[in-house]
Design a protein. Structure first.
Length: 44
């Protein structure tokens, strides 16, 4: 019974790590996008 519980905890840990990675990459992409737009507006 413990093996199943350990598997669920490992799956949950991996899911949380994947969500955190996706959020970090999304934030970086958004920062680059905003910087690109601002450079176009301020450079005009």
């Amino acid at each position: 019974m413990n093996a199943g519980n350990g598997h669920n905890q490992d799956t949950e840990r991996r899911r949380k790590g994947a969500v955190r990675t996706a959020l970090v990459l999304g934030a970086i992409a958004l920062a680059i996008y905003v910087a690109f737009i601002l450079s176009g507006v301020l450079g005009a």
